[in-house]
Design a binder for this molecule. Structure first.
Ligand code: NAI
Length: 257
């Protein structure tokens, strides 16, 4: 068991990659705090873990709201007595987030508030708890679009994920000597509820698939395994890095037929 007796807090864990990671972390012995803005599916996710003998608890939190984030960390400490893994995974992709000229300011603000400010707030309130618990691992979810320009523009999303990389590096350096590691996780397109609507359209699906050397979209389990490695002591020398799990997108100049 790679996370035995560790307390892991995962934001956005009611769905997609966060939920899959919550199940995996619990199976590896972690006590998992499922934090999400959606209560119904969040409770369901915690129940799913408990029904298979794991330990989990749900807390409702909007990661863009400081009071919610502070309360979410307090909940982890009060429920499980510590915090060792902070997985800032919650994020949105807005349908009206498009090109630089077309995107409205309100969309920009909303995406940045959740995807970037939410990650900073998680660290702002989570780091003191990690320090009090003897150190730990922070995993901040960015994306492959933090590393290359996306073929289909989504300016606010891309900016938010680029920000996550920069924030993660800085936190890694700031806390490296105090027992906290911080890394960014950069998934390629993964078949989760976030992309489901988009990928139902055969043309949009094909347009994206053409850029993926491995020839398919990723699965939530494949990213959760990478997150598990970052969360555990197996990655003890890794900090300030971006772990890219993208089927080769960022390595490719021309994708093979
Ligand atoms: P998803 O949509 O399946 O799950 C996201 C979860 O975050 C949902 O449960 C949602 O309720 C929650 N959430 C949204 N806003 C929130 C807020 N303000 N406070 C708390 N929780 C909130 O998404 P998925 O695909 O699992 O994405 C997880 C992360 O991975 C996101 O940060 C996303 O940007 C990132 N990502 C996703 C990729 C993909 O292709 N699916 C690719 C690269 C990165």
């Amino acid at each position: 068991m790679r996370l035995k007796d560790k307390v892991a807090l995962i934001t956005g864990a009611a769905s997609g990659m966060g939920r899959t990671a919550a199940n995996l972390f619990a199976a590896e012995g972690a006590k998992v705090v499922i934090a999400d803005v959606t209560a119904r599916t969040g409770e369901e996710a915690a129940q799913e873990i408990k029904s298979t003998g794991g330990q989990a608890a749900f807390v409702r939190a909007d990661v863009s709201k400081p009071a919610d984030v502070e309360a979410m960390v307090r909940f982890a400490l009060e429920t499980f007595g510590g915090l060792h893994v902070l997985y800032n995974n919650a994020g949105i992709f807005h349908a009206e987030d498009e090109g630089t000229v077309e995107t409205a300011e309100a969309i920009w603000d909303r995406v940045i508030d959740i995807n970037l400010k939410g990650v900073w707030l998680g660290c702002k309130y989570g780091i003191p708890a990690l320090l009090r618990s003897g150190g730990g691992s922070i995993i901040n979810v960015a994306s492959f679009v933090a590393l290359v320009g996306a073929a289909t523009p989504q300016i606010a999303y891309t900016a938010s994920k680029g920000g996550v990389l920069a924030v993660t590096r800085e936190i890694a350096v700031e806390y490296a000597r105090r027992g906290i590691r911080a890394n960014a996780l950069c998934p390629g397109p993964i078949e989760t509820p976030m992309l489901a609507e988009l990928l139902r359209d055969p043309q949009r699906r094909a347009r994206r698939l053409v850029h993926i050397p491995i020839g398919r979209f990723g699965r939530a389990e494949e990213v959760a395994q990478a997150a598990l490695w970052l969360a555990s002591e197996d990655s003890s020398l890794m900090t300030g890095a971006a772990l890219v799990v993208d089927g080769g997108i960022t390595a490719a100049y021309v994708t093979p037929e």
